[in-house]
Design a protein around this ligand. Structure first.
Ligand SMILES: *Cc1c(COP(=O)(O)O)cnc(C)c1O
Length: 367
């Protein structure tokens, strides 16, 4: 098959990012967050690239079992906890750590009749208000479960509602949680990527590292944050030029004719569109790199085609590869900003659409 799209994952960059996070949070365990198929990078691609990680964080049992089947024996945190007693038994058998965030889950734990050990994190609600207990419910929950045989409470967990917004204070987002820590003297896990970078006080004993691990900017679009400079893009997305056309001044290109040439110009047609995972909302001016030169998208993205300005790159020709993102010079964040979406929203599902090339896989041995 003639491929017009290429997805590659740089595992050296992945390991570099993980090691960098570890130096930033030296006292904590750092768990790569692998939900949504590792943010679209592929669960086992990422876990395999980080075979020596302190542990992994997933949402559901199925992901944890996939990791165990692949031979990953380190701690695994199930951030959504278990859905029923069968899952609870499996979590015990596989030595998973489970989050407890609902009354039903507390009841399941209380009904346990086995002696098998089970590590528990009790989730406390933040203003995201999705899951977890109100701070004033936590002592009851702890009392209800800590006498159960086998159960060991590893700590209290919370998730910041807006650590990604540097204009807002972090402090007040976890005032209640800190009061609870002072009262219970339990270890805690609070930090996602943004909180880890902002405040070492949030690290606790377990950092849950998502976006930054993959080299994405964890802050709201457009935020420059120096600490991110050291993190490298893991996923690279490229497309081939499948045709070139010359537009005369006044001619439109693409559906809807939103772009009209103001002079004669050479345009490249890429064999990739929103059907292949490029964001359909990317607008004229979204950067791409052709032959090492930054140029731009023209007009609307089609299902299987993107039009790019080849005026700055006269040497570009059919079959050349174009970087759509994942170069140190063109991060996905920039594309996401032009498309008005989060970078992760673009990445999710990508490796399910395309074959993935792993770079640096051979360097795993002895790592
Ligand atoms: C997704 C998620 C994370 C990781 O967040 P990033 O901002 O991507 O680092 C951490 N904790 C929980 C509970 C999550 O759902």
């Amino acid at each position: 098959m003639f491929n017009t799209v290429s997805v590659s994952l740089n595992l050296n960059h992945l390991r570099h990012n993980y090691a960098l996070a570890k130096t930033m949070a030296p006292a904590a365990k750092v768990f790569p967050v692998l939900k949504s198929d590792a943010y679209g990078h592929g669960l086992l691609n990422i876990a395999g690239g980080l075979a020596h990680a302190d542990g992994f964080a997933v949402l559901q049992l199925e992901e944890a079992l996939t990791l165990r089947d692949a031979g990953h024996s380190q701690p695994i945190l199930m951030m959504a906890g278990v859905n029923d007693r069968r899952e609870l038994a499996q979590a015990q058998a596989q030595e998973l750590m489970v989050v407890v965030r609902s009354r039903q889950q507390v009841d399941m734990l209380r009904a346990l009749r086995t002696q098998m050990p089970l590590g528990i994190w009790v989730k406390v609600k933040s203003s995201i208000n999705r899951f977890g207990f109100n701070p004033d419910e936590v002592t009851d929950v702890l009392r209800a479960i800590e006498k159960q045989h086998g159960i060991s409470v590893k700590g209290l967990m919370m998730h910041f509602p807006s650590a990604d917004d540097l204009d807002g204070e972090l402090e007040h987002q976890w005032t209640d949680f800190r009061a609870l820590l002072a009262q219970t003297h339990l270890p805690f896990s609070a930090a996602n990527s943004a909180a880890m970078l902002r405040d070492a006080g949030t690290h606790g004993t377990l950092v849950r590292l998502g976006s930054t691990l993959y080299g994405n900017n964890p802050f709201v679009a457009g935020t420059e944050f120096n600490a991110l400079q050291g993190f490298r893009p893991v996923m690279r997305f490229e497309a081939r030029i499948i045709g070139t056309v010359r537009l005369a001044a006044g001619e439109p290109i693409g559906y809807g004719g939103s772009f009209v040439a103001d002079r004669s110009m050479r345009v490249g047609v890429l064999g990739c569109g929103y059907g292949d995972g490029y964001p359909s909302s990317a607008v004229t001016g979204t950067p791409v790199i052709v032959g090492g030169v930054r140029t731009r998208v023209l007009g609307n993205v089609a299902m299987n085609a993107i039009f790019v300005d080849l005026e700055p790159v006269p040497q570009a020709q059919v079959d050349d590869w174009v970087t759509l993102w994942g170069d140190e010079r063109l991060r996905i964040d920039e594309v996401a900003q032009h498309a008005a979406v989060r970078p992760e929203a673009i990445q999710c599902g990508l490796t399910k659409k395309h074959a993935v090339r792993l770079i640096g896989e051979d360097e795993l041995c002895g790592a």
